[in-house]
Write a protein that binds this ligand. Structure first.
Ligand code: KG4
Ligand code: ZN
Length: 363
């Protein structure tokens, strides 16, 4: 017998967010609690793994309690415990995975380990209000994951079924945003601050930054050239090598207007690459008679103002339904894991207490 309904508690601690969420029937978010650690990592300009895992230990139980309370459910009401067990920082992943195993074992509930990257692609199908219509997701879809670790295109044929069409060959787009923030001295966390800075800039006021297409048919991405181009534009010519390298200027020599214009140029190239590759992927799928019904977008960079605008415009141009995640589930969260886990729950596809933590994604 196929069980259609589910109430799943999901836990997430793959990087620097400790999160717990209760999701109903794979679609409706009853609670979505996220404790960020940005303040702990700010002074280092990036996530320090040891600090992250220690903070997860402190946050995980209060975050779980809050998620249960906000959802107005009890532990007994739950049908399963889901957890992101890949990819991520091993020491961080271990915290939510250990908590999920303890809960599953002590409550006698099934355990479901979820791939974080696959879950990002599911976020656009989550809803915050059960009273609004939430039609069944249709496939095939073209999937775009844009996060701190991934920049990938997928041919998605179901919530749990996808094959990769393209990926970054060097930096991920989120990573490029974070590095751009350091180059522009824009603050931490980089992505949202560069996005904000770019919104006040004039992209036409500076020469464009390069978009890497990697040949005529490639669906892969490359962001390291863009990052270097921005570095040279901000700091001028380098002399010397390695640790001895010296530049003509620094971001401190730029006016706020210059910085904003350069951020806008960076954003135009970074998002422009996504736009162009999606058009290319759609052309290729169309030629193969596999035109997708939807464009699914997920990952932290799906919160980007320009990306959201451009994806919606692209959808209009190509007659494609564009599904963007609600802002509350763009960045790392547990709701996307709880939603995706439903599709394993309904086929009784569970993990046992040997569920491993894995640094990389198989997606
Ligand atoms: O999905 P996510 O929370 O974590 C990973 O799975 O990596 O994505 C985090 C990334 C970071 O690199 C962050 O700078 C970027 O998403 N990000 C943004 C924006 N908000 C977050 N990048 C550009 N514009 C934004 N508004
Ligand atoms: Zn993520």
């Amino acid at each position: 017998m196929t069980v259609k309904h589910s109430l799943i508690l999901a836990l997430e601690s793959s990087c620097d967010e400790t999160a717990a969420s209760v999701v109903k029937d794979g679609r409706v978010i009853l609670s979505n609690v996220i404790a960020t650690q940005h303040d702990l990592h700010e002074q280092y300009g990036g996530v320090v793994p040891e600090i992250a895992s220690r903070a997860h230990i402190e946050k995980i139980l209060p975050v779980i309690d809050q998620a249960i309370k906000q959802a107005s459910v009890t532990f007994d009401d739950l049908d399963a415990i889901a957890v992101g067990n890949r990819p991520g920082l091993i020491g961080s992943l271990l915290i939510a995975v250990s908590a999920a195993k303890s809960l599953a074992w002590s409550l006698g509930k099934p355990l479901i380990g979820v791939d974080h990257v696959q879950a990002h692609l599911y976020a656009a199908d989550l809803v915050m209000d059960a009273n609004l219509p939430w039609p069944e997701p249709v496939y095939p879809a073209l999937g775009l994951v844009v996060s701190g670790g991934h920049t990938c295109l997928y041919d998605v044929t179901g919530a749990l079924h996808m094959s990769r069409m393209g990926r970054t060959i060097d930096d991920a787009i989120g990573e490029a945003y974070d590095k751009a923030a350091v180059i522009l001295d824009a603050g931490y966390p980089g992505g949202p601050l560069v996005d904000k800075l770019a919104q006040s800039g004039d992209v036409t006021a500076v020469a464009p930054l390069p978009i890497s297409m990697l040949g005529k048919t490639s669906l892969d991405f490359s962001y390291s050239g863009l990052k270097t181009a921005l570095l040279y534009r901000v700091r001028g010519k380098p002399t010397g090598k390695g640790k001895q390298v010296k530049f003509e200027y620094s971001a401190k020599d730029l006016s706020q207007t210059d910085k904003a214009n350069l951020a806008a140029a960076f954003q135009a190239a970074a998002i422009g690459a996504i736009n162009k590759k999606i058009h290319r992927a759609l052309d290729q799928l169309d030629e193969q008679g596999k035109m997708p019904k939807r464009l699914l977008v997920g990952g932290g960079v799906s919160a980007n103002s320009q990306l959201r605008k451009q994806m919606l415009a692209l959808g209009q141009e190509r007659g494609l339904k564009v599904c963007l995640p609600p802002m509350s589930v763009c960045l790392d969260n547990a709701a996307m894991l709880g939603g995706l886990a439903h599709h394993r729950f309904i086929t009784s596809d569970f993990d046992d207490l040997n569920l491993p933590v894995i640094a990389t994604s198989s997606m």
